[in-house]
Design a protein around this ligand. Structure first.
Ligand code: THG
Length: 274
């Protein structure tokens, strides 16, 4: 499992404040602690409060890189913010561009632009593409799969290896009225997305979305993670500080025969993910 640690996000009050105060310690501390906890990538999202999002993204990237060489996942809905981050990012260990829809009303070519950015960022760079298009986020299984198929064919057309593509079927909070069917729709979409290409594209989700506003965040996140792992999920943007979640992930991967069983499989899993 490729774990993208979610915590450096302006959605969290401490990070938002750190960006406003240019407080490096808060950010560097989170970068190091998430790396120690098993992060393969660090998500970097400036949130919505920063006055100049491009400058804030560059400050976050530079601040993290001063103490930590964990690959970054630049997270913004604005391609200009991603491009600004890329200018100062060390792409040598790899980088993830998070995220592009298939297309947008005011930008039909948005995915092409992300692919171009990734190509210029070197062979270890990859893209997270959302199963979302100019009509927004689909709620049904078939539209998610159809958009994923278009994303894959666009990548093939542009000579971009599908192994550098992470498809995100977009999980929304289970608490939203009428949304309780969504987690099962996501699992069914994953079953089909994994057979769209050979080798299969990677699949990722913003796991913590599913439990937003609920009283049992850790339980809901970790249960859905185990379910999704059994449907081909091989990456997630997640809370790596959640010990229950990390243990359940290790167990799910062992039961899926992705990690060999030994009596100390939990210990082994946490040491190889460092
Ligand atoms: N797909 C992709 N990228 C994403 C998402 C996605 N990036 C952002 C987000 N979704 C994933 N990251 C988070 C980070 C935090 C939370 C949820 C998803 C979260 N935050 C607290 C909350 O809203 O309750 C913040 C409040 C706090 O605790 O201070 O839950 O889906 N590709």
């Amino acid at each position: 499992m490729l774990l993208i640690a979610e915590r450096i996000n302006g959605m969290f009050i401490d990070v938002k404040q750190a960006i406003a105060d240019k407080n490096k310690k808060v950010i560097q501390d989170l970068a190091k602690r998430q790396t120690d906890a098993g992060a393969t990538y660090l998500d970097v999202n400036v949130g919505t409060a920063a006055a100049d999002q491009q400058a804030a993204m560059q400050w976050l990237v530079e601040t993290i890189q001063e103490t930590c060489s964990t690959p970054l996942c630049l997270d913004s809905q604005k391609i200009d913010v991603i491009a600004a981050g890329l200018k100062v990012a060390n792409t040598e260990p790899g980088i993830l561009l998070n995220s592009s829809p298939l297309n947008k009303k005011n930008d039909e070519e948005i995915l092409d632009k992300y692919i171009e950015l990734a190509k210029n960022a070197g062979p270890k760079s990859a893209i997270i593409a959302l199963t979302m298009d100019k009509n927004g986020v689909p709620q049904d299984i078939d539209t998610r799969v159809a958009i994923a198929a278009e994303i894959i064919s666009k990548a093939v057309e542009l000579g971009f290896d599908t192994q550098r593509l992470f498809i995100d079927p977009i999980i929304l909070p289970v608490k939203v009225p009428n949304a309780q069917i969504q987690p099962t729709n996501i699992l069914a979409a994953m079953d089909q997305i994994t057979i769209l290409a050979e080798p299969a594209p990677h699949i990722t989700i913003g796991l913590s979305n599913v439990s937003q506003g609920t009283t049992q965040r850790s339980l809901i996140n970790s249960t859905f993670l185990a379910m999704a792992v059994s449907h081909g999920l091989d990456s997630a943007i997640a809370d790596v500080f959640d010990e229950r979640l990390m243990n359940i992930l290790a167990t799910a991967e062992m039961l899926m025969n992705k990690q060999i069983y030994s009596d100390s499989f939990l210990k082994v899993y946490s040491s190889i993910n460092k």
